[in-house]
Design a protein around this ligand. Structure first.
Ligand code: ZN
Length: 301
């Protein structure tokens, strides 16, 4: 298995200095198919982004991982599924307009010898900026012109609704404006699915609402082997696994987010499914272990 660690050992210093190609973060095979994660960069968020409104213990958990509490810089790792016929990208990243530290997906694809025209399908977990703003480029053209696009019907309806910008709350009005604007590029070509639907062969949608009203995870299955693309249903690798019952400030509906998170963790631990999380560390791929009434994330690298 190619891991982030051994790639880093080989190339990190020169990559940082020379602007060398972005790393393939992690990869696993599932039957005859391959699932990889590709970096879109990182987000740059305030240090209390995760811990605000949580008990003091949350800060201790963050510190116990040796992480800074001044700034929070989660990875953005897109999942890419290739089965020989379909090349499926889950979400499209931040694009050029969200944050200077994100929007590197095309470089990461290029480093794998893939161009935008190679993507046959785009499947969305949800429509927050770091997942959908990369739909269009600086010239307002679709970045993946040849792909077919798929989204949960509930997620589309929420962001398409002109009232959402008025009801979402001040902190997220740019999210609403940005999502609606991207959706307008897809209006004539979007494909909808519902929870439980097989979106593409071997890929089923799993209702994991809460982070957004229509957030979906995806169960990828081949016989007894399976992996779950969880998107942002599990957003933070530290606090969320220690205390899945704590409501996250990044979830639009905290209580529903807790329900989805517990369901996913329970399933992935019990069924030994691989987990692929957009903001999880080390490339975002690993497994979930039950531990002391909670869980822990074990990166594959
Ligand atoms: Zn996100």
């Amino acid at each position: 298995m190619i891991t982030r660690r051994n790639l880093l050992a080989r190339g990190a210093a020169s990559a940082a200095l020379l602007g060398a190609p972005k790393l393939l973060l992690a990869e696993m095979s599932l039957g005859g198919a391959t699932i990889s994660t590709l970096s879109d960069g990182t987000l740059t968020l305030p240090g209390d982004f995760v811990t605000a409104n949580l008990p003091e213990e949350a800060v201790d958990i963050i510190k116990s991982y040796g992480l800074s509490t001044d700034q929070y810089t989660p990875e953005c790792n897109l999942a890419l599924y290739r089965d020989g016929t379909n090349t499926v990208l889950f979400d499209v990243g931040s694009g050029p307009d969200f944050m200077p530290s994100a929007g590197e997906l095309l470089d990461s694809l290029d480093a794998q010898g893939l161009g935008a025209g190679d993507i046959t399908h785009v499947v969305f977990t949800h429509a927050h900026p770091d997942h959908i703003w990369g739909l269009i480029d600086d010239f307002d053209e679709l970045v993946f012109p040849d792909a077919s696009y798929h989204i949960g019907r509930g997620e589309w309806d929420y962001w398409w609704n002109p009232e959402t910008v008025n009801t979402i709350g001040e902190a997220r009005t740019t999210f609403a404006v940005g999502a609606k604007r991207r959706f307008e590029f897809l209006e004539d070509k979007i494909n909808f699915f519902d929870a439980g639907d097989e979106v593409l062969p071997g890929i089923a949608a799993v209702a994991t609402h809460g982070h957004t009203p229509g957030h979906m995870a995806f169960e990828i299955r081949n016989g007894s082997e399976s992996a779950m693309v969880v998107g942002d249903a599990i957003g933070n690798p530290h606090v969320a696994f220690h205390h899945p019952e704590w409501e996250s400030g990044s979830d639009q509906d905290g209580a529903m987010g807790v329900k989805s998170r517990k369901m996913l963790m329970n399933r992935m631990a019990a069924e030994q499914m691989a987990i692929i999380g957009f903001h999880l560390p080390g490339g975002g791929m690993g497994r979930v272990e039950a531990m002391d009434g909670a869980y822990r994330f074990v990166p594959s690298s």
